[in-house]
Design a protein around this ligand. Structure first.
Ligand SMILES: [Zn+2]
Length: 292
């Protein structure tokens, strides 16, 4: 499923970041910085890759933009959350390929991008940050633990060496669990779930019943562990998903960093990684191939 013919080197690199935990810069990162004087407008045939997720997050409007050309599980998901009354937009996980389309979506709706959130520092979720920050006055929001790694404030020398090369020009807000952001009049709660990455964050809109889970929770799966900077096993992350995400109302929409939307209720009922131990063991074997 991963190595389809149409995948190019950048796709492979982005996949490697999530699947192998690489955090170095590369062609995808360099592509994010626009050559001086060149327009960032996407070619006419690919004018709008954003898709409105009908009925999710109302009265906000949520658009999904896959990082690469398709929309399968290998594409990281970028989201644009739009609040028309305040004229504000929030971009979540801008990849190098999705960022131009996210900016266009906000511009087409006449909205100011006020926040750019990276749920975690894997390149397929951050490669477009330089572009967004250079074109807007958005504040860059990042997990506090990973911001510390980027700044070289915490972590082992080996961790610093790898994480420091992620091309994010600045971090304005270091977000930790229980912090609250605002999009217009809408409250956005930060939920910290480390495991797949050192300090990954999810964004929860309680009133609108939607949670953006980054690479922590997917439809039928969870984020990969056992990779560099990740936890060795999934145990602690599964426990955190149970105690921090599965406690949300069942009808809360889950918008993950890869793959299709789901709901808290659906994952509670059928995600093989989140079942009671006896049942989980059997189902998890089946789910192993899907785990990212
Ligand atoms: Zn990831």
């Amino acid at each position: 499923m991963i190595f389809k013919n149409r995948l190019g080197f950048e796709d492979f690199l982005a996949l490697a970041v999530c699947c192998l935990g690489l955090t170095t810069g590369g062609p995808a990162a360099r592509a994010a910085a626009p050559p001086e004087g060149k327009s960032q407008a996407p070619p006419p045939a690919a004018r709008d890759r954003s898709k409105l997720l009908e009925g999710i997050g109302a009265p906000l409007q949520v658009f999904l933009i896959p990082e690469a050309a398709g929309a399968d599980f290998s594409d990281a998901n970028c989201y644009v959350v739009c609040d028309r009354p305040s004229g504000e937009a929030l971009i979540i996980d801008a990849g190098s390929r999705s960022a131009p389309f996210a900016l266009r979506r906000a511009a087409d709706m006449g909205l100011r991008v006020v926040l750019l959130v990276a749920t975690h520092f894997h390149l397929d979720h951050t490669g477009g940050a330089p572009l967004v920050l250079s074109r807007t006055s958005a504040k860059m929001v990042a997990p506090v633990k990973e911001a510390g790694l980027l700044a070289g404030e915490v972590g082992t020398p080996a961790e610093k060496k790898q994480v420091l090369s992620v091309p994010v020009p600045r971090i304005d807000v270091k977000a930790k669990g229980s912090d609250e952001l605002k999009l217009g009049a809408h409250a956005v709660k930060v939920i910290e779930v480390p495991g797949h990455s050192p300090g990954g964050i999810c964004l929860h809109f309680p009133a609108e019943k939607v949670v953006f889970t980054g690479d922590v929770l997917f439809k039928g799966s969870i984020g990969r562990t056992g990779i560099p900077h990740a936890a060795k096993s999934a145990d602690a992350m599964v426990a955190a998903v149970r105690s921090k995400l599965l406690v949300l109302p069942d009808d809360t929409a889950v918008l993950p960093g890869h793959g299709p939307p789901t709901t808290i209720g659906a994952e509670k009922a059928s995600n093989p990684w989140l079942q009671a131990p006896a049942k989980a063991e059997k189902k998890a074997e089946k789910g192993e191939k899907k785990k990212r």
